[in-house]
Design a protein around this ligand. Structure first.
Ligand SMILES: [Zn+2]
Length: 236
C-alpha cells in the first residue's frame, strides 16, 4: 500500500463493516501517527433480529464508537441513511462528498462495492450502494459545481483524494502487513458484543479471534505469508 499520506477516511454502510478485517490495518496506520476517521451511512438499526430498530440503532452507535477507539480512531460520524434500504444516488453521493470535504483525506477506504464477494457469495445492496457512491464521491468532492450547496455550507472542494481502497474485494491489488494490528482488531470486533451475541452461540472471544486470524492468514498467502489486510486500490 502507498504510505505517503497523512489522513484517511473510511466510509462504510454499517457498524462492524470495518471490524470484519480492515481494523487491523487501521491500527497499524494510527500507530504510525496517521489520522483515520470513520463515516457510517447507517447506525445498523436493522441488523439484530431480536432488537427493534429504535433501541438497536443507539446501541450499535455506542458499540461502533468503542470499537473505533480500540484502533485509535476518535472521529466517527453517521449519515442517517436507512439500514437495509440505502439508495445509491445523488443524495448518498452528496453526503459522502460532504464528509470527504470536511475531513480532507488523501486515502479513502470503503467496502466491496461489487455484486458478490467472489464466486456466488452475494453481497448486500447497502454495501454495493455505499461502495459505489464512495468511489464516485471521491471525484464529486473536488468539483465545485456538482453539489454547489456544499460550498454554501462552508465545505470547500477537496480534490486531494489520491486513492480509494476497497476492502473485502475479491480482486485485491495491495495489502498491509497486519501483524502489529491483529490483536487490537480482535478487541475492536469484540466491542460489537450485542451484534455478535445475537449472531452466534460461540464464545465471542473464540469467534472473533478465529475469524480475523483466519482472514489475515488466508490473505497473507498472496502477500509474503504474513497476516495481511488486502485492498483493491483505485488511484485517482
Ligand atoms: Zn455491512
Amino acid at each position: 500500500m502507498p504510505d505517503d499520506w497523512q489522513r484517511a477516511l473510511a466510509v462504510v454502510a454499517h457498524p462492524d463493516d470495518l471490524e470484519y478485517g480492515c481494523a487491523a490495518a487501521i491500527a497499524v496506520w494510527t500507530d504510525a501517527g496517521r489520522e483515520v476517521s470513520y463515516v457510517l451511512a447507517t447506525r445498523g438499526e436493522a441488523g439484530i433480529d431480536t432488537l427493534e430498530p429504535a433501541r438497536c440503532g443507539p446501541l450499535r452507535e455506542l458499540e461502533q464508537r468503542a470499537s473505533a477507539a480500540v484502533v485509535g480512531v476518535s472521529e466517527v460520524a453517521f449519515l442517517d441513511h436507512a439500514d437495509g434500504v440505502i439508495e445509491y444516488g445523488p443524495a448518498l453521493r452528496r453526503d459522502i462528498a460532504a464528509a470527504i470535504r470536511r475531513y480532507r483525506p488523501e486515502l479513502v477506504i470503503t467496502l466491496n462495492h461489487r455484486d458478490t464477494w467472489g464466486g456466488t457469495a452475494w453481497n448486500t445492496p447497502d454495501h454495493v450502494a455505499v461502495g459505489r457512491a464512495t468511489l464516485d464521491a471521491a471525484g464529486d468532492a473536488g468539483n465545485r459545481w456538482i453539489f454547489p450547496e456544499l460550498t454554501d455550507q462552508g465545505l470547500e472542494p477537496w480534490d486531494g483524494v489520491r486513492w480509494v481502497a476497497v476492502a473485502g474485494s475479491s480482486s485485491p491489488t495491495h495489502a498491509v502487513d497486519a501483524t502489529a494490528g491483529l490483536e487490537r482488531a480482535v478487541r475492536s470486533l469484540l466491542e460489537h458484543r450485542t451484534y455478535i451475541e445475537a449472531l452466534t452461540d460461540e464464545d465471542p472471544q473464540t469467534y472473533a479471534r478465529t475469524l480475523l486470524t483466519g482472514f489475515a492468514e488466508e490473505t497473507g498467502k498472496r502477500f509474503g505469508n504474513r497476516p495481511a489486510v488486502a485492498f483493491e486500490l483505485f488511484p485517482r
